[in-house]
Design a protein around this ligand. Structure first.
Ligand code: OGA
Ligand code: ZN
Length: 382
């Protein structure tokens, strides 16, 4: 993103942003004034603003712009304030998606993904090692850890390395094994088609971890699909289906004796720029409102197309989680599932938990500030 933007002084009182396509945009004085980093403008410890920008002069102007050294701009404002800015910071601020510009960009994948991102888990990874675990997670949306001790509760230990546990009515962790009194189809031996977990919650849990304690059966293969890759393929090849799936509010519902949860979301959720934000899809839980016949038929066609691709080997990968393997994936981008298994063959027992979506990104940014080669990383304190 930043590579496609540059800064230029256009006159004694004008700073311009130039895009790769040659279009230019004058940097608004208030926009820049809000970004002053001097001690009068921000608290140096928290970097939080000391003045309410609504109190700045609405007719604020730049009186002078100079470049005292390479990459540094000095600006004098009409309210008497003066401040320096680094070009790097201004360009980063000008990027449209502030979540992504300092983390590795997503790399969409399909069923041809040859090499699964498998890493060896350790309890005390160094800074570089931790970054090498986070990179596949941030780009591909998942990472598989091998060698996580097959002990109950380890899923929470691994989750806590990356973010805060998101507790739900299933508990801080949940046991995925076939039980006779199952309150979710995950707790049976049935195959599960690709789905995102808990679309009936607000907010939806961002990241899911599944840790295999034991699998003595020959089935129960895990499946993953990059929902963004499938959504993108629809956007390119079936524009109408994409529009329908990104604008129809579908209701998801979970019910048991202690909980009744409902939430409504389009199967393909877009952000305000039209980019892919989240997938909400669970064929065992989704209910479309009663629209008129024509609208419903268009929706069902679009849903079928989406689901057919989600289940197709062209898009899906399949692998066996063995005892000690743990998969961590983005529950807003990837869909997961499993093949059925025969409980008469033996035990299959996974433990799962959720963590918030922002943990790995925060950790990645913090680690990037630290020197390479550092032997351990400090746990987040806030
Ligand atoms: C789940 C789930 C998959 C599996 O618990 O949400 O989808 O492999 N489990 O059992
Ligand atoms: Zn699931």
């Amino acid at each position: 993103m930043q590579g496609s933007l540059s800064l230029k002084i256009a006159g004694p009182a004008e700073l311009l942003l130039e895009r790769a396509d040659g279009t230019r945009c004058s940097i608004h004085p208030l926009w820049l004034r809000e970004r002053c980093k001097d001690a009068a403008s921000v608290d140096p410890r928290t970097q939080q603003r000391l003045q309410d920008p609504s109190d700045f002069d609405p007719d604020l102007e730049l009186l002078a712009v100079s470049q005292p050294s390479a990459g540094v701009y000095r600006v004098r404002f009409s309210d008497g304030h003066e401040a320096s800015f680094s070009a790097e910071e201004i360009l980063a601020e000008a990027a449209l998606d502030p979540n992504d510009h300092d983390c590795p960009a997503p790399r969409l994948w399909d069923g041809t993904l040859a090499e699964l991102p498998r890493v060896r888990w350790r309890a005390d990874p160094g800074r570089d090692e931790l970054i090498s675990w986070l990179e596949p997670f941030l780009t591909l949306g998942f990472v598989i850890f091998e060698g996580v001790p097959s002990e109950p509760g380890m899923v929470l230990t691994v989750g806590a390395m990356f973010g805060f546990t998101r507790e739900t009515n299933f508990g801080a962790l949940f046991n995925v094994r076939s039980t006779p009194d199952a309150n979710d189809l995950a707790y049976t031996s049935l195959a599960l088609d690709p789905h995102t977990d808990n679309p009936y919650r607000a907010p939806v849990p961002g990241i899911q971890l599944l840790h295999c304690l034991v699998n003595e059966t020959s089935g129960g293969l895990s499946t993953l699909v990059d929902g963004f890759a499938v959504a993108q393929s629809l956007r390119e090849q079936h524009g109408q289906a994409f529009r329908i799936l990104s604008s129809t509010p579908v209701r998801f519902r979970y019910i048991d004796v202690d909980a009744e949860l409902t939430a409504s979301a389009p199967p393909i959720e877009l952000d305000v720029t039209g980019g892919l934000k989240a997938i909400h899809f669970s064929p065992r839980l989704d209910f479309v409102p009663l629209f008129d016949r024509e609208q419903l038929e268009a929706y069902y066609r679009a849903r079928r197309l989406f689901d057919q691709r989600l289940r197709a080997p062209d898009y899906q990968i399949r692998f066996l989680l063995e005892s000690g393997d743990l998969v961590m994936f983005d529950n807003c981008r990837l869909l997961h599932g499993r093949s059925g298994f025969d409980p008469a063959e033996g035990l299959r027992h996974l433990q799962g938990c959720y963590i918030d979506m922002d943990g790995p990104r925060s950790l990645y940014r913090v680690l990037r500030r630290r020197p390479s080669g550092e032997s351990s990383y400090a746990r987040r304190s806030a």
